[in-house]
Ligand binder design. Structure first.
Ligand code: S3P
Length: 206
């Protein structure tokens, strides 16, 4: 179920140019829990006038409203990961949109390949302390229901960052106003999609 912002901010010609350059490709946000994928994704979609889709919510809808902790508890993580891969494949087939993925989604090679083929990916990179501060507010992440969540976050970061860093673009998610991060995502998308380097080093819009 996609969302479009009820009160969408002004869509500048630059934003519209990015949407046009995307064509059928989606923008996919990857990165750890608490990196801000859903918050930033929703705002980015509004700026680009694209639907916003949150893969975690789509998985819950596909399970008749069961929550992610309930799916993990009843069926286990491998089952959740299979469903996650299927849902993301479907969202990518129905682009363009802005998609927030769950933190573990790109650990599957098939999902990484699909994202590479059908989207531009942005890694929202966040430090462990920022992640911990944000995830502490909610108890809905089954992987963090451990005795030492901070140690779990460091272990996950160590395993995942080498994969996240292969995203097309990287934006540092930190404690600044959300719109600043959104602007940085848009700038990076524009640089990637709408300008090409001239041999004299100047940027031109194709
Ligand atoms: C997970 C992240 C969660 C959710 C699930 C597993 C992970 O999504 O998919 O709890 O493996 O990092 P968010 O990254 O949106 O919190």
């Amino acid at each position: 179920m996609s969302e479009t912002a009820a009160q969408a901010p002004a869509n500048t010609p630059q934003d519209a140019e990015i949407t046009a350059a995307l064509g059928m490709r989606s923008v996919v946000l990857v990165g750890m829990m608490g990196a801000g994928k859903s918050t930033i994704g929703r705002r980015l979609a509004a700026r680009l006038r694209l639907p916003f889709l949150d893969a975690d919510i789509e998985i819950e809808i596909a399970h008749a409203g069961m929550t992610i902790p309930e799916i993990f508890a009843k069926h286990g993580e491998p089952y959740f990961r299979d469903g996650e891969a299927r849902v993301i494949a479907r969202l990518l087939d129905n682009g363009p949109s802005v998609i927030a993925t769950g933190g573990g989604a790109v650990m599957r090679e098939e999902t990484r390949n699909r994202i590479r083929d059908k989207a531009i990916s942005i890694w929202l990179k966040a430090d462990a302390d920022v992640i911990m501060k944000r995830v502490k507010r909610r108890a809905d992440r089954p992987l963090l229901q451990t005795e030492d969540p901070a140690a779990t976050v460091s272990r996950l970061l160590e395993a995942r960052e080498p994969v996240y860093q292969n995203a097309d673009l990287t934006i540092w998610s930190r404690d600044v106003p959300h719109d600043r991060i959104v602007d940085e995502c848009l700038e990076a998308l524009r640089a990637r999609l709408c300008t090409q380097e001239r041999t004299d080093g100047m940027s031109v819009t194709p």
